[in-house]
Design a protein around this ligand. Structure first.
Ligand SMILES: NC(=O)c1ccc[n+]([C@@H]2O[C@H](COP(=O)([O-])OP(=O)(O)OC[C@H]3O[C@@H](n4cnc5c(N)ncnc54)[C@H](O)[C@@H]3O)[C@@H](O)[C@H]2O)c1
Length: 338
């Protein structure tokens, strides 16, 4: 069962990091900005990585572990931030639940729907708060669109999400069986936004290829993809991605159209054109918001208030279901019902 964090003078929550690799750096920096957290444990199969986190983010304080079972057993944690590579998800959610530890977990939460479903069931049964790392949901432009949709604008009719990069990433990243491929590991951010704005998907059709990395050893993932998602409402999502774009840049622009508005996001700026009036006007939203901090703060709020996070584990499952459906479609050459 979840530990209660409610009290008149809330105690600091004990927070551990599982997987002290690349993205955990951004989470550790965000966690250090939250005074309600004590960063007390660092776990990585490579002890040196966990030791580096202890030195850098724990300022020499905190315990280091190579085995997360021992971390959960010994540390009486309140919250854990899980930054494992997709292939490495094992029983960490079940073990956290056994010890009543609330969970932040990076996307994709697993590489199969069955595994992700088990994670959802586990957190639900243990009444834990969970947050999946879809930080694009916290963009100011997305929050403004949601506000407008909630106020009656819409319905959403189309989302076009694009993802461009050109990097070999970590060795596991380029292996389809370890990362799930570029759609599953990376473009899932855009799949998730598409669902967030357009609702329940009905079917998906995708086409993928590896056109720039055939010579790179072990590069079995796709490096170009195009996907069409039909939603139950009739709305249409289009998602494209490639790892053959500009070296050193990671770009994720999107366009969203609804009855009464059109929004375009690129870099840190979102332009919303309000088309629900005779003379459309343009609202500019410029933002340097730290999405990683925002999603961690949202989890903390949910723990403190016994509320819900913006992206509980179930959302991680549903976005995974959609992106795996796209991968199935690309493999079969046929649309996939969802
Ligand atoms: N939200 C985002 O924008 C974003 C960005 C990058 C990565 N990610 C996601 O974060 C996750 C981690 O990615 P990364 O780039 O940090 O990977 P990484 O390879 O840099 O780091 C993963 C770390 O986990 C450790 N590890 C592996 N198995 C372990 C185990 N069983 N127990 C303890 N430690 C273990 C590795 O040694 C490594 O240090 C991935 O799911 C990735 O998709 C999200």
């Amino acid at each position: 069962m979840a530990k209660s964090a409610k009290s008149s003078a809330p105690k600091k929550l004990r927070h551990g990091i599982l997987g002290c690799g690349g993205i955990a750096n951004a989470h550790a920096k965000a966690l250090l900005q939250i005074p309600e957290y004590d960063l007390v444990a660092f776990c990585d199969v490579f002890r040196a990585s966990a030791e580096r986190y202890k030195a850098e983010y724990g300022k020499g304080q905190g315990e280091v572990f190579e085995d997360f079972h021992q971390m959960f057993e010994k540390m009486d944690l309140d919250v854990v931030t899980i930054c494992l590579p997709p292939f490495a998800h094992a029983d960490e959610v079940e073990t956290a639940a056994k010890h009543g530890v609330h969970i932040f977990i990076e996307k994709p939460i697993a590489l199969s729907v069955d595994k992700a479903q088990a994670m959802v069931d586990t957190v639900r049964k243990a009444k834990l708060k969970s947050q999946v790392g879809f930080m694009m949901r916290f963009q100011d432009g997305i929050e403004r669109i949601k506000e407008l949709l909630d106020a009656g604008r819409g319905p959403g009719v189309q989302f076009v999400g694009r993802y461009y990069c050109n990097s070999l990433h970590a060795p596991w990243w380029r292996m389809q069986d370890k990362s799930g491929g570029q759609m599953v590991e990376q473009i899932i951010h855009q799949f998730d936004l598409c669902r967030y704005l357009l609702g329940k998907p009905k079917h998906v059709f995708a086409s993928t290829a590896n056109l720039c990395h055939g010579e790179v050893e072990n590069y079995t993932a796709e490096d170009v993809s195009g996907v069409v998602v039909r939603f139950q409402s009739g709305a249409v999502g289009v998602l494209t991605g490639t790892n053959c774009a500009i070296p050193g840049k990671w770009l994720a622009p999107w366009t969203f159209v609804a009855k009464g508005l059109m929004a375009e996001q690129s870099g840190g700026a979102t332009q919303i054109t309000h088309t629900d009036r005779p003379s459309p006007y343009v609202e500019e939203i410029r933002s340097e918001k730290n999405g990683m901090l925002a999603e961690q703060l949202d989890l903390l709020r949910a723990i403190r208030e016994d509320g819900e996070t913006r992206t509980p584990m179930l959302e991680g499952l549903e976005s995974l279901r959609l992106v795996l459906g796209a991968r199935d479609s690309a493999e079969s050459g046929r649309p996939k019902d969802l």
